[in-house]
Every structure is written in structure tokens, then in C-alpha cells.
Design a protein around this ligand. Structure first.
Ligand SMILES: [Zn+2]
Length: 250
């Protein structure tokens, strides 16, 4: 099932191969993965901060060390980026005045003593019943999921028509580290968190997933399809890569 990663901040695919050994360079520890199929040396910085070197089988360790030394500035920059991005994910406390995102805007929380529903958005405030605070996350997630269902159904209906895609069902759920996915059976999935993103970014996720109806992979043909329907997809994709992680904190 083709998917769009929730925070596509990794710089390369994690090689699915057993590790040969580790190399220490400038106080950093790299796991070395060698493969007969590799033609070039590549350094990968995982979202967890783990470091990998993928290399052709014949390249000697000394050459790898030299390669890494030339790329040290890049590696340190990547590591710093990832540390910064991970710090930014806020943890919610469900207290008065706290900001909560919805379609790219932040709305302040107000705790209400008496209110019929757990949560509603009224006059630019998220009003949460005080007696529901202890299950605040669950209340917010279900509110977001309902809104996401409506919003994505509408967007998909519009875009599917334009893109010539037959969608059987739109489903909103927790997709872990993915924003969306397109199933072979014509069902399209979105993470409920996608409703926290600005509309133009959420629209990019819709177009991205629907383009998978035409091309399962992320080939050049796939991106041409995306480009046909969303010429400025690059800036939206970049925004998502840089800022998407912020919505992971709830
Ligand atoms: Zn994709």
C-alpha cells in the first residue's frame, strides 16, 4: 500500500540488511552496511539519530572513513536538525489558554464547568468540559477524527473527479507515522492528525494519495501526475517535511 510518511525527514531508506560492523568517526558511530548491488557510498541519518553508511562490498574501511570525514559538516547539521525537530513536538496539558491546531490555525483552550458536549469549537475557542479534562486527548482525537472525516470526504470527492480516480471509501484513523495511504481496493486513508495541518498542505496529501491510484510507487510518472493537479506541490511537500512533526505531540 503506497503511503506518505508522517514526517518524511529521513534522508534515505533504511537498508534492510544485516550490519557488517561499526565505524567511529569524529566521535560518531556509524553502522556499516555493505552490498554487492550498491554502486556508491551513502550516509543515512535516521529520524532517531542513528547513522548508517551503505557501501559497495569492495570499498575499504579507510575509504569510508575519508568519505565520512568529507561529509562531517553535513552529518552534524542533519543530526542537529533532527534533534531540533524532535524537541518541537509539544506535549498537551489541557489547561486554560493552551493552543490547539485545527486546519493550520491555533485556537486557545477554555475549560468550561457546565457544557453538554465534551468539546466544541465556538467563537474561536476550543471549549472543553472541565470534567472531561482527564481524558482530554481522547476527546480531542475523536473531535479531530470527525472533522477530518468530513473535510477529507469533501476534498476527495472534488479531487477524485478531477484526477479520474474511483474512490470507494474515505477512512480517517490513526496511521502511525503516515499521513495517508491508498489501498488497492479504492479505499483512501488519512491520519486524523492531517486535519491539524493548513488546508493547502492537507490538500497536497489528498492529491498525493489519489495520484497513487495511477502509480503505486513514487516514480517520475507519479510526480508528473501530482504536478498536473498541483503545480506547486514541491513547496507544500517541503513544508510538510519541515513542519509536519509539530502536530505529532497530541
Ligand atoms: Zn506516496
Amino acid at each position: 500500500m503506497p503511503t506518505l510518511p508522517l514526517s518524511p525527514i529521513r534522508t534515505g531508506g533504511k537498508p534492510a540488511r544485516n550490519s557488517d560492523h561499526r565505524l567511529e568517526v569524529d566521535g560518531l558511530s556509524f553502522e556499516v552496511l555493505r552490498s554487492d548491488r550498491r554502486k556508491t557510498v551513502q550516509i543515512t541519518v535516521e529520524r532517531t539519530g542513528e547513522l548508517f553508511i551503505v557501501a559497495p562490498s569492495k570499498v575499504a574501511d579507510q575509504e569510508l572513513v575519508q568519505f565520512v570525514e568529507e561529509k562531517l559538516l553535513w552529518v552534524h547539521t542533519k543530526l542537529a536538525d533532527k534533534a531540533r525537530l524532535q524537541q518541537r513536538a509539544p506535549v498537551k496539558e489541557f489547561v486554560d489558554g493552551e493552543g490547539f491546531l485545527y486546519l493550520g490555525k491555533s485556537y486557545r483552550l477554555r475549560l468550561i464547568d457546565r457544557q453538554l458536549v465534551d468539546l466544541h469549537l465556538k467563537n474561536g475557542r476550543f471549549c472543553l468540559r472541565r470534567s472531561s479534562v482527564y481524558r482530554g486527548r481522547e476527546v480531542f482525537v475523536s473531535w479531530y477524527a470527525r472533522r477530518a472525516q468530513q473535510w477529507f470526504e469533501r476534498q476527495v470527492a472534488e479531487q477524485a473527479n478531477l484526477m479520474g480516480v474511483d474512490v470507494k471509501e474515505v477512512r480517517v484513523q490513526d496511521l502511525g507515522f503516515r499521513w495517508g495511504s491508498f489501498g488497492v481496493d479504492g479505499r483512501v486513508f488519512f491520519h486524523w492528525k492531517a486535519i491539524l495541518l493548513p488546508p493547502r498542505i492537507a490538500q497536497y496529501i489528498v492529491v498525493h494519495e489519489l495520484a497513487h491510484a495511477h502509480h503505486r510507487d513514487h516514480s517520475a510518472a507519479f510526480w508528473i501526475k501530482v504536478d498536473q493537479h498541483l503545480p506547486d506541490w514541491r513547496s507544500r511537500k517541503a513544508w510538510l517535511a519541515e513542519n509536519g512533526i509539530q502536530v505529532e505531540g497530541l
